[in-house]
Design a protein. Sequence first.
Length: 222
Amino acid sequence: MTRILVVDDEPQILRALRINLVARNYDVAVAPDGSSALRLAADFHPDLVLLDLGLPDLDGIDVIHGLRGWTRVPILVLTGRYSSRDKILALDAGADDYVTKPFDVGELFARIRAVTRRAGLQEAEPARIQLGDHTIDLTAKTISGDVHLTRTEWALLEILLRNPGKLVSQRHLLVEVWGRTHIKETHYLRQYMAQLRKKLERDPSRPAHLITESGMGYRFVP
């Protein structure tokens, strides 16, 4: 049974989430603040953490950092904060995805399924990945259809492919591919993503797999 830790300081949300999760056969633990969440995570060993950013004792970003110090458990952020900056900070700290409050229950559970499914896929680390009409071999660095990528294009694409469905922030991509001195050079991403779409998407003007999340980052949709 999948174990989920829910962290939120609003009792009504905790109660509603517990009821809905248990009804779907999840094993649920709840925490009303960041300190108890970190202690409970160590004892409960959740398979997924649903984390509110606005907690009474610790900021949710600090909780993410605390968890990432010892575990790679998927973290799905629940946030009432609407600014892109807060969401980017959460993603850069190690969150896997986010849902903005008030949220639709159906969307939340779709995100839960997607995040837990990705965690399973990442454990397997598939060498070959399908992207539209192309089969990409990450080990051999080859793409069917005689498609050739530059070293930078490969670096960017591989990060996205190894995180299927996950929103990868602009900052993370820039740091990993170009280094910390280029974290403001977002035009690099636009340029290289356009090149990747021309080579890999059926219709580069309407991409189905290499998706832009405006102002946030990019997502590979299998």
